[in-house]
Design a protein around this ligand. Structure first.
Ligand code: MG
Length: 159
């Protein structure tokens, strides 16, 4: 078994699409950045890479590389999970926390879990997505940013 954690935060910008765990959330603002800036998936990919001490997504998908401009993070996640499987590991479970003041995400949670589970070809019961606010505190509280953390457990499948 290998355990990994990931963290990411992005500035929120008016007019940007808000794509979280591969699901487009109806919203007038979204995370700014080079790719689609799917913050929880960035945290999840870093957790997977971290579990195998393989660096971070900045090394695998440099934001100086035009190939990754507006890249879909759900596709990047599939690439990262291919690396995990090449190393002989499979996902046991993932637990993701999204920290955002507004909008409320409760009605989108199931769809987000399903989207991640499908991308990784694992059971939806292996994917947890939770959302919280920070009660108006800090950069997530004042609406200037969004943050996410993720933890994963990987299981060795081959020797
Ligand atoms: Mg990021």
């Amino acid at each position: 078994m290998r355990i990994g954690i990931g963290y990411d935060a992005h500035r929120l910008k008016a007019g940007r699409k808000c794509i979280l765990c591969g699901v487009e959330i109806p919203c007038e603002f979204g995370p700014d950045g080079h790719s689609d800036s799917d913050v929880p998936l960035h945290a999840l990919m870093d957790a997977m890479l971290g579990a195998l001490a393989l660096g971070d997504i900045g090394q695998h998908f440099p934001n100086t590389d035009e190939r990754w401009r507006d890249a879909r993070s759900i596709d990047m996640l599939k690439d990262v999970y291919s690396i995990v499987k090449e190393q002989g590991y499979a996902l046991s479970n993932a637990d993701i926390v999204i920290i955002l003041q507004t909008p409320r995400l409760s009605q989108h949670i199931y769809h987000m879990r399903n989207c991640v589970a499908k991308a990784l070809n694992v059971a939806i019961t292996s994917i947890s997505v939770k959302a919280t606010t920070e009660e108006g505190l800090g950069f997530t509280g004042d609406g200037s940013g969004i943050a996410s953390t993720a933890a994963v457990l990987l299981e060795k499948i081959t020797s």
